[in-house]
Design a protein around this ligand. Structure first.
Ligand SMILES: O=P(O)(O)OC[C@H]1O[C@H](O[C@H]2O[C@H](CO)[C@@H](O)[C@H](O)[C@H]2O)[C@H](O)[C@@H](O)[C@@H]1O
Length: 409
């Protein structure tokens, strides 16, 4: 593979602009908010959690701490008398106001499907926090059997891809394995029941690892980062890995991060093949600065790697011109769905990395972004869904809509 090719996403300038311009601490800053978000004064009133008193001296350091804290929403208050969540505090009120700008994809379902009239709908789904609920242990973030069935069904009717930050291998396991949780955790004979989700394209490492069926497409065949390979079953596939030259570097950084965070209670480092996740969900808030310092120190030696923020996770990844948005464009083209007059792409995701895909759909592809969130957030999406259970209802509704349209035709 010629990664130095003109159209390669690997950037030749090894020092990212923001690093050289703003000093190292700035690599821990959160991504800048999208231009479109919160244009009206009303949204400025959304309360934010107070930052912890910062123990570090450098003024820059409170920024990454803010970023880490902002990915940790305060627990929801429940109305115990009614047994349900109803607006009780300011953040709930802010959520209701926010919903006026980013309405529920369920209540706006007719509007969404009417924009799909006469078009082929293509579905892109994020995994963690979208198809599976956020849990403490990343290894146990399974889709529920009902969600799995919903994804399987929707993929029968629409081209469907799941794009995750996880490594493709690990996340395919999470997606295809029906795990009997009790058996896995309480029995000496762990049992896995495999249930394939056919027709669903799985893309790992934030779209930096895409394996798809071989198609006679000049776009794919001429793409510098796309090669023919074989899958585990020996079937011929197209493999797209624009960051393959970074593999040894990522391995090295993974090992250093494991070593450095070893003494921090609750910290967990996950090797996602083309990126590394440093989880601090189970780390005491007092030790968050320690986690960030570890990452910052190690990244000093790797100017070709950068840091992004996720939900209680710091993600180290190559500085290349590639993200979930680029992956969506690539998938649409390679599946022959690049004509935006004939195709309506829908992307459902919950995290900052999904914003790149929302932006692409909003800008040129005439598509629809749906943010999964139960709190008000800056976003480039057009609609919202509260949590994975609403995502499941949305997927089922798409299937129902498609079936009834077929009956009417
Ligand atoms: O792109 P995604 O599929 O959303 O992947 C993003 C990261 O998701 C996972 O971490 C998140 O989910 C965990 C399980 O619920 C949770 O424990 C963690 O706090 C979340 O950040 C995954 O483990 C990461 O590797 C992904 O990069």
């Amino acid at each position: 593979m010629d990664l130095k090719n003109h159209s390669s996403p690997v950037l030749t300038d090894s020092v990212p602009v923001n690093k050289s311009r703003m000093g190292l601490s700035s690599i821990l800053l959160p991504c800048s908010p999208p231009a479109s978000a919160y244009s009206s004064a009303m949204y400025l009133a959304i309360p934010r959690r107070k930052a912890l008193p910062c123990k570090l001296d450098d003024a820059h350091d409170s920024s990454w701490l803010d970023a880490m804290i902002s990915s940790s929403p305060p627990p929801k208050k429940l109305n115990k008398d009614l047994g349900s969540e109803i607006p009780q505090d300011e953040s709930d009120a802010a959520y209701c106001i926010w919903m006026l700008k980013f309405p529920s994809a369920l209540t706006s379902f007719d509007q969404i499907t009417s924009s799909a009239k006469g078009k082929q709908l293509a579905l892109f789904l994020d995994y963690d926090g979208t198809l599976s609920p956020i849990v403490d242990n990343p290894e146990l973030a399974f889709m529920s059997p009902a969600m799995r069935a919903a994804v399987r069904d929707v993929a029968k009717y629409f081209p469907t891809a799941i794009i995750s930050g996880r490594s493709r291998d690990k996340f395919s396991l999470l997606v295809v394995c029906m795990v009997v949780y009790r058996t896995l955790t309480h029995s000496s004979h762990p049992g896995l029941r495999v249930c394939r989700i056919d027709r669903t394209l799985l893309c790992g490492s934030h779209g930096m690892d895409i394996m798809g069926p071989v198609r006679e497409s000049s776009f794919v065949n001429n793409h510098p980062n796309c090669i023919r390979s074989t899958d585990k079953q020996g079937k011929e596939v197209n493999l797209f890995q624009p960051a393959s030259e970074f593999l040894p570097m990522i391995e090295e950084v993974f090992r250093s991060l494991v070593e450095c965070t070893n003494g921090i209670n609750g910290a967990k480092v996950e090797n996602n093949k083309f990126c590394v996740s440093v989880h601090y969900r189970l780390v005491d808030e007092k030790s968050w600065p320690e986690v960030a310092r570890c990452v910052e120190n190690i990244l000093k030696g790797y100017p070709r790697l950068q840091l992004t923020h996720g939900r209680k996770v710091l993600e180290v990844r190559p500085v290349i011109d590639w993200n979930k948005g680029k992956a969506v464009e690539f998938l649409l083209e390679s599946l022959g769905l690049g004509n935006s007059d004939a195709v309506l792409p829908i992307y459902v995701g919950d995290d900052r990395t999904d914003e790149d895909a929302f932006k692409v759909l909003r800008a040129g592809k005439g598509g629809i972004g749906i943010l999964v969130s139960s709190k008000a957030k800056d976003t480039n999406a057009l609609y919202s869904l509260r949590d994975p259970s609403e995502v499941m209802v949305f997927l089922k509704s798409l299937v129902k809509w498609k079936k009834s349209a077929a009956l009417r035709a």
